[in-house]
Write a protein that binds this ligand. Sequence first.
Ligand SMILES: Cc1ncc(C[n+]2csc(CCOP(=O)(O)OP(=O)(O)O)c2C)c(N)n1
Ligand SMILES: CC(=O)[C@@H](O)[C@H](O)COP(=O)(O)O
Ligand SMILES: [Mg+2]
Length: 635
Amino acid sequence: MEYPLLDQIKGPEDVKNLEQGQLPALCAELRQKLIETVSANGGHLASNLGVVELTVALHRAFASPKDQIVWDVGHQSYVHKLLTGRADRFDTIRQFGGLSGFPRADESVHDPFGAGHSSTAISAAGGLAAAKRVKGEDGYAVAVVGDGALTGGLAFEGMNNAGRTQDKLIIVLNDNKMSISHNVGAIARHLMVIRARPFYFKIKDIAEAVLAHLPYIGPKIRKALVLSKNAIKNYLYHSTIFEEMGLIYLGPVDGHDIEAVERLLRRAKTAGRPALVHVLTVKGKGYSFAEQDPRAFHGVSRFDVETGDAIAPASRETFSAVFGRTLCMAASSNPRLCALTAAMAAGTGLTEFAAQYRDRFFDVGIAEEHAVVFAAGLAANGMLPVFAVYSTFLQRAYDQIIHDVALQKHKVVFAVDRAGLVGQDGETHQGVFDVAFFNTVPHMTVFSPTTSDELRNLLFAAFYECDGPVAVRYPRGCSPVLPADFHPAYGTYDLYGAGQADILIVTYGRLFAEAASAAQMLRREGRSVSVLKLNRIKPVDKVCYETAMFFSRLYFVEEGIRSGGVGELFCAQMMERGYQGACHISAIDDTFVQQGPVDVLLHLLGLDAEGIADRIRRDTVTPPGLKHFDGRLVL
Ligand SMILES: Cc1ncc(C[n+]2csc(CCOP(=O)(O)OP(=O)(O)O)c2C)c(N)n1
Ligand SMILES: CC(=O)[C@@H](O)[C@H](O)COP(=O)(O)O
Ligand SMILES: [Mg+2]
């Protein structure tokens, strides 16, 4: 593909220097580049196609990096990356070692704040703007927030505080009526009402523009109006929730009209206090498949540009799909069962449940904390709530899990999807903390199936055999391939191999597949190795400790953060029981895990079959009973 204009853009200054007449051609090239790259790498397409003109206008109205642009979630920052000196590396986006799919401060001076999780931009930009004021530095902080991100409570905490400052903070609300699915809730309805009154806002806009252009007296008249109690004030300044929160509201403006957006952004700069610019865009703009089905093209794997079809669709049913199907089945015979999602209905496999059981399905928007407390309320009144949530996003609701669920022993089921490494979304999205935080919570039961058959079984165990809160956690993708001689017992654990041997690998979840093939390799080399697979990881069945006593070396492998993980607790239990053998833990040791294919990451972490086998081989020359290996902490 040829990119004559984009090739000239080495930074935001070059965007400013383009003639107005060149901008449509630049936007066409940007869209072409997005489609070409995302179709090859996978990534967030529809959101980026929708903000092409908005991003160009932002870089013309502001001077990054002096003005700091903070993208909420950050999944829509690709165009910003292309315009801020990263076009030459753009084909590496989301690849191992390549550009991140999200803003990262260590990637560019034009990314003042990192993201990946939703609804943080207003608070972050508020902090950036306050710091500028205190330090006497020039420049604006601009938070670009989607209408979906605005459903998160944190966004409102940010606005609540922004509205009482005079800081150079501008919020750009990118309203495309979509979260990943259709946006939900009262805020979405409020935005719809605003969109439905273009004439009123036009008049209001003109009045604002006149005041903004009147030197000296303009701001004075405005202030007098705002402080007055008359009808004009109500007409002009109390028509949106944003004004009620103390912000100046500008818009709505067609987000694909660069000149109009730029004009409004420049006006926001003259407001003298925090302003919100409401921009209307079309998610997926410019690529017909994405415009027609923005949900499907929100996040995509590699696809054929001509047909829009995925290049390698999953050959087996994903864990999410199995979860969704199981839940529908369970709901058909249990009228108390209901499902909750925080804006991730499609990703968590709940689409069918939503269609079949509308009154028992709750999409609460990007509001994980609310979802957990709401679920606790449902449980308190006799329902059986199942909150399907990605591991990484559940981090938000740690306090609610403790204070509102576990402390009150409410029976809430957490279906924790994307547990473990997720791959290309990288550091912000790896689901490697849930086990450690669940481990700290009294009364929790946690299951970690390896296969989708086990997932089905353990879900029913969670629904009907457990008291109090339960989590069932499972990874992104499909069941791993297991050895033909492994026969699951569908209990709290499985033992693969002899009940007494030299070496025992202890693990759970999908890593069992790696551990089992490591065991097979080592057995072929003459070592005696078994694998203990924990299906219930909290509490671990005490039979598992008793079994482990029969082995002289324990190797715990865990696809999660080591600190507070099952490995540490398991080894501590063994020590307390007087275990004399060696214990070693392989886990994610005090680090964040970068983006890349899961198999590559597991290899780097020493958690694939080869890494597990190598670690054991290294020790076979070491006398059993040693408690320190390679300078690493060994319990
Ligand atoms: C805390 C949290 N929950 C859920 C998500 C998953 N997520 C990523 S983008 C998105 C939709 C955001 O919608 P919006 O802000 O309107 O952006 P758009 O894609 O429409 O441009 C969701 C739910 C997330 N990133 N963070
Ligand atoms: C930006 C974001 O948080 C989501 O879009 C996420 O990338 C989805 O991940 P999956 O592709 O695993 O559903
Ligand atoms: Mg949106």
